[in-house]
Design a protein around this ligand. Sequence first.
Ligand code: HEC
Ligand code: HEC
Length: 291
Amino acid sequence: MSNTQPHEEHESPIKTPKQLIVTVVLSFVLPIIIIILLVKLVTTGDQVGAGSDILGPEATQKRIAPVAKLDLVDASGPKVFKTGEQVYTAVCAGCHIAGAAGAPKFADAAAWSAPIATGLQSMIASVIKGKGAMPAKGGNPALDDFEIARAVVYMANAAGGKFAEPAEPKPAEAAAPAATAPAMVPAVAPAATAPKAPAVVAAAPAAAPATNDVGEKLYKQACAACHIAGVAGAPKFGDKAAWAPRIATGMDALVAAVVAGKGIMPAKGGAAGASEADLRAATQYMVDAAK
Ligand code: HEC
Ligand code: HEC
């Protein structure tokens, strides 16, 4: 009794030498595995904290990108301006990165101190007109003057300048009289006023028609067929006399007539797939042409 009882009471899962060996080995190995896992956990945790893409500036930019883009479109219509860095890389770096042909070298404070001292306006004017071996607009006439201004700010600041990025021109400003180009050279005020004058040159032709692209497109597709020549009693495009009494009824009435159809004009002017907004745009386009 006393011989077998304690034996059974203390009976452990270890019954054979093999099990004993396994148990001993496990009791060494398990803590090590656990330690390794813990270390891994801590290290991975570190990586998530420090190098994380979730919180990094790139990711932040990605997240705000849609908003930033919207702002850009609101401010400038369809034209999206290149940044100073983009312009520099695409157009200006060719000469300025190594200082070819006497160009002030990128980020070389000594080479840039003289141009910087002349002021932002003067530098922008030099680039727009060309100077020495530098062709006008650095050789790319397609660049907007505002883009040039941005590139100059980018390059001058990389060499120790402290110019503010100029404000983006708005289409409304582009409609201003165009005689301001020479005035920008002796300008007293710094960056903020810089791009307004140059913007006139490039943005003016684009701004006016760009405001109603949708209307123009739909008009040409669907409405011109009758309205361009005044077919079947349709008020003719650009004919003030034919449009005046209709315009007097107001835009809402006109759009309603187009949507519902009127006389020979079919509903939606025959453009069955067009949205009311598009039809309104086309109507606006026609009304504007007859004012
Ligand atoms: C074909 C080579 C070439 C290209 C391309 C070029 N530059 Fe230059 N740039 C020069 C040279 C050469 C000078 C020095 C002109 C001088 O002082 O005679 C210069 C001078 C300048 C200056 C100083 C102007 C001043 O008033 O002294 C600025 C600012 C500048 N470049 C900006 C630009 C920008 C912005 C672009 C791109 C849009 C550009 N450059 C493209 C060759 C170039
Ligand atoms: C099949 C020919 C035809 C097409 C296509 C057509 N129209 Fe018309 N449209 C007319 C005629 C005809 C009238 C004059 C109706 C009347 O007063 O009896 C008219 C009138 C109008 C009016 C004046 C309505 C009013 O209340 O006086 C507007 C605005 C107008 N059209 C816009 C459009 C637009 C926008 C489109 C294209 C989406 C379009 N039309 C396509 C024939 C056409």
